[in-house]
Design a protein around this ligand. Structure first.
Ligand SMILES: [Zn+2]
Ligand SMILES: [Zn+2]
Ligand SMILES: [Zn+2]
Length: 276
C-alpha cells in the first residue's frame, strides 16, 4: 500500500490564518516542510481520506488525479476535514467528462446528511452519492476493508477514525482523536490479529503536555503507542507517524522531528509518501 499525506495541519492551517505567534512566524520564515495545509490523505492514488478546504490546492500541488477518484472516506464534520461546498463542482458545466461513475462520500450521519443536501439541492445523483457508515461495522470499498472506529473527539458529530485493510496490510488513520475510547480499544484488541503496518496518529498539540480529550500532545501520543504495543496492535515493524498539527502546539516540523526521532516516530509533512 501507499499513503500520501496531502495536508497535515489542524483547522486554521500552519502557519495559521491571521496568526502572528512565534511558531507561525518561524514556519513562514523556514517554509518547506514547516508549511502545513489542512488535513487530507490519499491511499494508492485512489482512496481519498477527508475532503477539506485545501482539496483544490492539493490537486494542483501534488497532481492528485481527482477525476479518477471515486471514493472519499470522511472522518468527521469539522471544516478542516469536510468542506461540502465544493462537492457541487463535480458535475457537467463545472467539470468535463465526469459522467462515468459518481464520487461516493462515506461518513457518519452529519457527513451523510450534508452530502445528501448537495445531491438534492444540485440535482446531481449521477455525479455524487452518499454512503452512511456505522462505527465498528466494516464496509468494502474497491479492494479495501474499512472499519470506522469511534474517535475521542467532538461527540456531537459522531467522529470516527479509520482502520483500513487490503490484502495483508493494515493501517490505522487516527485523526482527530484524543486517548482512544474504551470501545475502540476493545475493538482493536479483539480484531487486529497482526500488528498494524502503519499508524498515523493525532499530534495536534505538539510539544505541549497532557492533552487527552479531543486531541493528543506528543507525551500522550507516546502513552497511546505504549498501550498499543502492550496489546500487540503495534510492534517494532509498525511505521508510526505523528500527524495533524496545530501551531498552538509550539512545534514546527523541524522542532517536532527532533523530538519524535528520539522515539522512532516519524513526522508527517505535506506531500510525504510512504510505501509499506
Ligand atoms: Zn482536524
Ligand atoms: Zn500561530
Ligand atoms: Zn476535528
Amino acid at each position: 500500500m501507499k499513503i500520501q499525506f496531502l495536508g497535515t495541519a489542524a483547522a486554521e492551517g500552519f502557519p495559521a490564518l491571521y496568526c502572528m505567534c512565534p511558531t507561525c512566524q518561524e514556519a513562514l520564515l523556514k517554509k518547506g516542510k514547516n508549511i502545513r495545509s489542512r488535513c487530507q490523505a490519499l491511499i494508492d492514488d485512489k482512496l481519498l481520506i477527508d475532503f477539506g478546504p485545501d482539496t483544490y490546492y492539493h490537486m494542483i500541488q501534488f497532481s492528485v488525479p481527482t477525476e479518477k477518484i471515486h471514493h472519499v472516506i470522511v472522518t468527521h464534520d469539522h471544516s478542516d476535514h469536510f468542506y461540502s461546498n465544493e462537492l457541487c463542482f463535480r458535475r457537467k458545466g463545472f467539470a468535463a467528462k465526469v459522467e462515468d461513475e459518481p464520487l461516493y462520500v462515506y461518513g457518519t450521519k452529519p457527513i451523510y446528511e450534508k452530502t445528501l443536501n448537495v445531491i438534492n439541492e444540485e440535482s446531481m445523483p449521477e455525479y455524487l452519492q452518499a454512503v452512511l457508515v456505522t462505527p465498528f461495522k466494516t464496509f468494502k470499498v474497491m479492494d479495501y476493508q474499512i472499519t470506522p472506529l469511534k474517535a475521542n473527539h467532538d461527540r456531537r458529530i459522531d467522529p470516527v477514525i479509520y482502520l483500513i485493510n487490503k490484502d495483508d496490510k493494515t493501517l490505522l488513520y487516527a485523526h482527530d482523536t484524543g486517548y482512544f475510547l474504551d470501545e475502540t480499544w476493545q475493538y482493536l484488541k479483539s480484531n487486529v490479529k497482526k500488528p498494524l503496518d502503519l499508524l498515523s496518529l493525532d499530534c495536534t498539540a505538539g510539544i505541549l503536555k497532557g492533552w487527552r480529550d479531543g486531541h493528543l500532545s506528543f507525551d500522550t501520543f507516546l502513552e497511546v503507542i505504549d498501550r498499543l504495543k502492550k496489546e500487540n496492535i503495534v510492534d517494532s515493524h509498525t511505521i508510526i507517524i505523528a500527524n495533524h498539527f496545530s501551531h498552538n502546539g509550539h512545534a514546527t516540523y523541524d522542532t517536532m522531528l527532533e523530538e519524535a526521532s528520539k522515539y522512532n516516530v516519524d513526522v508527517s509533512y505535506d506531500g510525504k509518501v510512504i510505501n509499506f
